[in-house]
Write a new protein. Structure first.
Length: 132
């Protein structure tokens, strides 16, 4: 339900983000000779950033003509963008999954750290906070 004017903006943004992500996914798996990890990186970043992710993809990675991807991505700034995309996609996905994992694991606390998952550590989620 749309209550505030910002609700309309967000609805349009989410539609554009979905369309942008669909285009990048289609183009990556149909026309782009990159490794699969980079294909998924650009897809995830476009999912997170919407039309801005699409703009980054088109400027830095979209092959202009078949067989020219290597030459197109040769400039250092484009390699830097690719490296950043790789890191951002992995970090954002890990962060999102980490925030969703505690409830799935039966933990009622707000967050869980890697150290609390290691054996013999003081857990942020004590046994008393777990569902019985």
């Amino acid at each position: 339900m749309f209550v505030q004017p910002v609700d309309y903006f967000l609805a349009v943004w989410f539609v554009l983000a979905g369309l942008s992500t669909a285009y990048v996914a289609w183009d990556q798996f149909r026309n782009n000779p990159e490794p699969v990890v980079m294909k998924w990186g650009f897809i995830l970043v476009t999912l997170y950033m919407g039309p801005l992710g699409l703009l980054i993809y088109v400027l830095a990675d979209k092959e202009p003509r078949p067989g020219e991807h290597e030459a197109f991505t040769k400039p250092l700034w484009k390699q830097g963008v690719g490296s950043t995309i790789h890191c951002v996609a992995g970090d954002a996905t890990a962060s999102s999954s980490r925030r969703q994992s505690p409830p799935l694991l039966g933990c009622r606390c707000g967050s869980i750290s890697l150290s609390s998952m290691l054996p013999d550590s003081h857990s942020a989620c004590s046994s008393s906070s777990r569902c019985s």
